[in-house]
Design a protein around this ligand. Structure first.
Ligand code: BG6
Ligand code: MG
Length: 232
């Protein structure tokens, strides 16, 4: 007689309403804010402006051009268009000196494991960043191949909180916005995700990211099913 052992019930999994995870880069995948700070501080010092870490918070998620406008407003200082462009180039040169030294050890805790879990589940992954240096950074930290689409500061005309960067990421992955979740560490990025009609996970604290659908302190120990259940 054939005995068939009943199979153990499978673990209940959250009904996945998410087909694409879109990640901001700076402050979500890698902590580049410290290098932006050092480069902006050096530029500000050249211009006779005292630039603090508190000032640097205002630059998170903000494009390079808008960041320089904020730095100049601390003077306040006005630059000619040529000097403005030269200042942008100097700042980026110093920033790249730091970026060219980084490696995979700079990936924030838990990010690589979480990305792998997302991909293993067949969920698409995309990058949606304001940075024009995004590809270089992903190359340096060896994550370039972990994304189905990369939309960065070179590809968009409208900065966050405009939803363009995330809508283009979703489109590149072939997923409708309602089935996308954005991971963001900046208030402007959370607004961009909401403007795109996407779910948003804030990576950081409620005082800045309170409008996100849910918050995480970071990716270390983050379970994919538990997170999807929170978003369902
Ligand atoms: C964002 C950062 O991701 O990219 C900002 O949060 C930065 O601080 C912006 O200014 C632009 O970056 P980049 O690399 O093009 O100067
Ligand atoms: Mg960011």
């Amino acid at each position: 007689m054939l005995h068939i052992r009943p199979t153990a019930p499978t673990e209940p999994t959250a009904r996945t309403m998410i087909d694409c995870c879109i990640f901001d880069l700076d402050g979500v995948i890698v902590d580049t804010a410290k290098y932006h700070f050092l480069a902006w501080k050096r530029l500000a010092a050249e211009l006779g402006i005292n630039f603090t870490e508190t000032d640097n918070e205002r630059l998170k998620g903000v494009s390079r051009v808008e960041s320089l406008k904020i730095v100049l407003s601390l003077g306040p200082i006005t630059l000619s268009p040529a000097d403005f462009d030269a200042a942008l180039a100097r700042k980026n040169g110093w920033y790249l000196d730091y970026i060219n030294q980084i490696g995979p050890e700079e990936i924030l805790p838990g990010v690589a494991v979480f990305l792998a879990a997302v991909r293993a589940r067949g969920i698409k992954t995309a990058l949606g960043s304001a940075s024009k240096n995004a590809r270089l950074i992903l190359e340096r930290i060896d994550l370039l191949d972990e994304f189905d689409a990369i939309i960065d500061g070179n590809a968009v005309s409208n900065a966050k909180p405009d939803p363009e960067v995330f809508l283009r990421a979703a489109q590149a992955c072939g997923i409708v916005p309602a089935r996308c979740v954005v991971f963001e560490d900046a208030a402007a990025g959370v607004e961009a995700a909401l403007n795109a009609r996407m779910k948003c996970v804030g990576v950081g604290s409620a005082d800045v990211l309170g409008r996100a659908h849910t918050l995480i302190p970071g990716f270390a120990g983050l379970g994919l099913d538990a997170l999807l259940a929170r978003l369902a």
